[in-house]
Design a protein. Structure first.
Length: 222
């Protein structure tokens, strides 16, 4: 049997940012109960008192607080910003990857060269410096280009190797970005580096947001 508590829990579980707001203590349970009331009544098939929803919200908030855990290790060493980046999406084929590999010898990675290939089941995403865009499109001339996005930047964070075995790190990073309404076009991961591909006009907000996340860990190192 579905109860008010179950209905409230199911509703809140589907809204991650609302959970964050509750954990930060910036939500009015009375206002939220008023907002949820029609949904709860529709799910239960009967009228429900707002006070009952408020009570269920308070109980669930206590559960959220107990479950709220953050990574406790210092997983950031530096923040790297690379500008003038483009993102090419091409349909996956047996020949496309061979063509992309031809570009590797021309890129000077030590001088800021960027070439990341995300190989999916049906398509590939290519993140590269803007100056290599025409060369890439020439190499992929006979392939099906699905999209080309320009005016991008890549913000990279480095961290310790134990990132691989620490749950919640990705969430802890991306929730900060989501709160600022910053769109992430792609995520590039290696064992010690996480890179976010974003639009140029989001650069300052994203960088400052990540710096707020990094600062507490950096201060512990002093």
């Amino acid at each position: 049997m579905v109860t008010v508590s179950h209905a409230v829990k199911n509703s809140i579980k589907r809204q991650v940012l609302l959970q964050e707001a509750i954990n930060h203590g910036i939500v009015s349970f009375n206002k939220l109960a008023e907002n949820l009331k029609p949904k709860i009544e529709a799910e239960l098939g009967k009228k429900v008192k707002r006070s009952a929803i408020v009570m269920a919200l308070r109980r669930y908030s206590e559960t959220l607080e107990k479950k709220q855990k953050k990574p406790v290790f210092n997983y950031f060493r530096e923040t790297i910003l690379k500008t003038d980046v483009c993102y090419i999406i091409v349909e996956e084929s047996s020949t496309s990857i061979d063509k992309i590999q031809q570009l590797y010898n021309e890129i000077n990675f030590k001088r800021g060269g960027v070439l990341n290939v995300i190989h999916g089941n049906y398509e590939m995403g290519i993140v590269a410096n803007q100056r290599y865009k025409e060369k890439l499109l020439e190499l992929l001339g006979n392939e099906k280009i699905l999209n080309v996005v320009e005016d991008l930047v890549v913000i990279s964070l480095t961290y310790s190797k134990d990132f691989l075995f620490q749950p919640g790190v990705m969430y802890n990073i991306l929730r900060f970005v989501a709160w600022e309404d910053i769109n992430v076009l792609d995520i590039i991961l290696t064992p010690q580096e996480l890179s976010l591909v974003i639009k140029r006009n989001d650069t300052v907000r994203c960088y400052n947001t990540l710096e707020r996340l990094i600062k507490p860990f950096a201060e512990k190192q002093k």
